[in-house]
Design a protein around this ligand. Sequence first.
Ligand SMILES: *[C@@H]1O[C@H](CO)[C@@H](O)[C@H](O)[C@H]1NC(C)=O
Ligand SMILES: *[C@@H]1O[C@H](CO)[C@@H](O)[C@H](O)[C@H]1NC(C)=O
Length: 382
Amino acid sequence: MKISVIALALSAQLAFALTIPKPNVEIETPTRTARTLFTIEFAPGETRDVTETEKWELMKAGTHFMDITNYGDLHEASQNIAIKAAIAFPTKLAAQPSVTPLLAKLDKSNIESNLETYAAFHNRYYRSSYGKQAADWLFSKVQEVITASGSSLASARQFSHSWSQSSVIATIPGQSNSTIVIGAHLDSINGANPSSGRAPGADDDGSGTMTILEAMRVLLTDPWTLSGQAPNTIEFHWYSAEEGGLLGSQAIFTDYKNKGRVVKAMLQQDMTGYVKSGTKESVGVITDYVDTGLTEFIKIVIDEYCDIPYVETKCGYACSDHASASKAGYPSSFVIEASMENISGSIHTDRDTISTVNFDHMIQHAKMTTGFGYELAWTTEL
Ligand SMILES: *[C@@H]1O[C@H](CO)[C@@H](O)[C@H](O)[C@H]1NC(C)=O
Ligand SMILES: *[C@@H]1O[C@H](CO)[C@@H](O)[C@H](O)[C@H]1NC(C)=O
């Protein structure tokens, strides 16, 4: 089947080349790339080989997939992961006296000014120069937050890839290397014109990016967490190339798996800033392709620390970077701005601007993030 797909794609390409004169436009993807096939996974174990054009067509049509072309090892490993004893997450919260004062420190104006700058980059496409500039700017912002905290333990680094845009990883070390990962993706895309279209990506996923940055800032104001006394380590991840098929997160979790890193929990937030008018404001807790125990824990966190309820919803396979953590065998979860039918309709276009974003709603996500990070960093039960 693979072979016939290749043959078809090549003959179609050839016919095109012979009969139609080349258009005089600058594109990043010459014929060689157009002929290259990518292995796309649509559901666990269900793969197809497609051309780059087909890949973007699928994305435009709203199909979720992982591009596993260069991550065969992770894919193989995920199929061989023996059913592990599930991690038992706490069924009660224990850190309210420490978390509650932190929540009051979450500051909308930080999120607002950071997102304004971030959404002003022409796009954050992972193979464009703008995409690299935006990711470098974000890295400097993360470093700034760590420096301002006065921490001598916390650190940030860029995780480089085979494309120009790096991912960013910040670490707040605890007493052990057992790690709680809180993620978002730093890239954006214009679905109609990936390589050079305008893609402010204010909601997708500028919102998640700035939500977790503000939660990190506030967690670093806790003197005990700051001085490394939490039983577990907390990491904040900003993934490159999510829109290319979860590429940055697959690279990072492949690396973590190969190094034997212990990740006890991973929470992804991809879009935290939109509230559709006429709906009841709530937080969308994804219930498919996630760790059930961790997801139950998140519901308790929302009940305790947010001012709005959660609504259960489903987003399908590989709808964001938590899928890469799952593949590496790490318990993962995903929280989004609303029930899936009521998320922003402007994503992947030039209309995903800051004017669509509700900053109070992002504060609700930041409260959840802060509670989640603190409770899990400080539990000795994992
Ligand atoms: C964490 O891992 C690093 C690198 O392997 C090691 O040097 C360090 O001692 C570990 N820390 C703890 C607390 O286990
Ligand atoms: C989605 O929005 C519609 C209104 O546009 C509302 O009637 C519906 O209840 C919402 N769905 C959920 C699950 O909140």
